[in-house]
Design a protein around this ligand. Structure first.
Ligand code: SF4
Length: 336
């Protein structure tokens, strides 16, 4: 897919004290992106959906001051961020409720300070291995062409004895990671789904085919790989479509000898997310009917609507079964 090009960029003057900030500014200038140096971002749309659309084309170069990293169960020990938000417009995205009405993209330029914080967390946990997720509030690959920061992180983890990185993406801009010394310390997971779900709900992200090509390149470069199948939805023909998805995965990666992991996440939504989704995507065809769902208490202090027990077990059994039939080298990390 084409690399993301913002419509406008705000730059926190502090970020120009960092080499990555200067580099990113140069990239933006080469692309003729209007640049505003400011300590805050101003987005003035006429409606919530216009605010959303404008924000998703706006970046803000700034500094990440986080010193204490948050835990990241079930996928890693901690999470850190190279950016927040992303250029994708996935209708169901769980970040809908956490990034405000104007989810512009913060792009953090102080990479070596971020790496220092990571190192402190690794040191505190010695002699154990500490794992880090960098895709909890962003897509870390989508904005890589503006900073090169994920590549720097992969190199850092490649040299780290006790630190491991987990990357998750729906984008395919992976070429800059192929020839670097990752030492198998970074695991790439591609978020994939049936073509119906990708085409209908995951706007402005790489297509199924593009993600598969990127996954094959990453696998050939020796990275550990995995797939997140999320959100798994029940709709007409869902079983047929998920079966197709794994058939295609097998045809592309059937000869891959190393382990392939799978993380399985069923579709869920909160009442607040539903409200926001309906203002941003008034014609959405997402199934947001509370009456056909069951309430589950979430770790972030909110109830979420998940599939009732019987359906969620059906999803878990059906998908796990196809994975095991198709991939003898697979491991399902969790279903939630
Ligand atoms: Fe959300 Fe990921 Fe889609 Fe971006 S790509 S909108 S982070 S689900």
């Amino acid at each position: 897919m084409k690399l993301f090009i913002p419509d406008r960029a705000y730059i926190d003057p502090k970020s120009l004290e960092y080499d990555v900030g200067k580099f990113a500014k140069e990239q933006l200038e080469k692309l003729n992106i209007p640049i505003i140096e400011s300590k805050k971002v101003s987005i003035e749309g006429k409606s919530p959906s216009e605010n959303y659309a404008k924000a998703k084309k706006t970046i803000y170069l700034t500094v990440n001051k986080e010193k204490k990293l948050r835990p990241c169960s079930p996928s890693a020990d901690y999470q850190f961020s190279l950016s927040s938000s992303c250029p994708g417009h996935c209708e169901y995205c769980y970040l809908q409720t956490t990034q405000g009405e104007k989810p512009f993209m913060r792009v953090f330029v102080n990479i070596y300070e971020i790496i220092d914080v990571i190192q402190e967390h690794i040191d505190k946990n010695l002699p154990n291995i500490t794992t880090f997720e960098c895709g909890s509030i962003t897509d870390p690959v989508a904005l890589e062409h503006l900073t090169g920061n994920l590549k720097r992180c992969i190199e850092f983890f490649g040299n780290s004895e006790k630190g491991r990185l987990r990357v998750i993406t729906k984008f395919d801009n992976v070429d800059s990671f192929l020839d670097i010394n990752h030492n198998k310390h970074t695991k790439f997971r591609f978020s994939i789904n049936t073509k119906y779900i990708i085409n209908k709900f995951e706007h402005n992200t790489a297509s199924f085919e593009e993600r598969m090509r990127a996954a094959c390149k990453i696998a050939s470069s020796g990275y550990p790989i995995g797939f997140i199948i999320a959100p798994i939805m029940i709709y007409n023909n869902w079983k047929y479509d998920y079966n197709e998805l794994f058939n295609e995965l097998k045809s592309q990666l059937g000869s891959h000898k190393e382990e392939i992991t799978f993380e399985l996440i069923q579709h869920r939504f909160t009442a607040t997310a539903k409200e926001l989704i309906l203002t941003r995507f008034p014609k959405t065809e997402l199934d947001l009917n509370e009456e056909t769902r069951q309430l589950k208490w979430g770790p972030y202090g909110k109830f979420k609507y998940v599939y009732p027990k019987e359906q969620s077990s059906e999803i878990k059994d059906y998908i796990s079964d196809i994975i095991q039939k198709n991939f003898s080298n697979s491991r399902i990390e969790y279903f939630t």
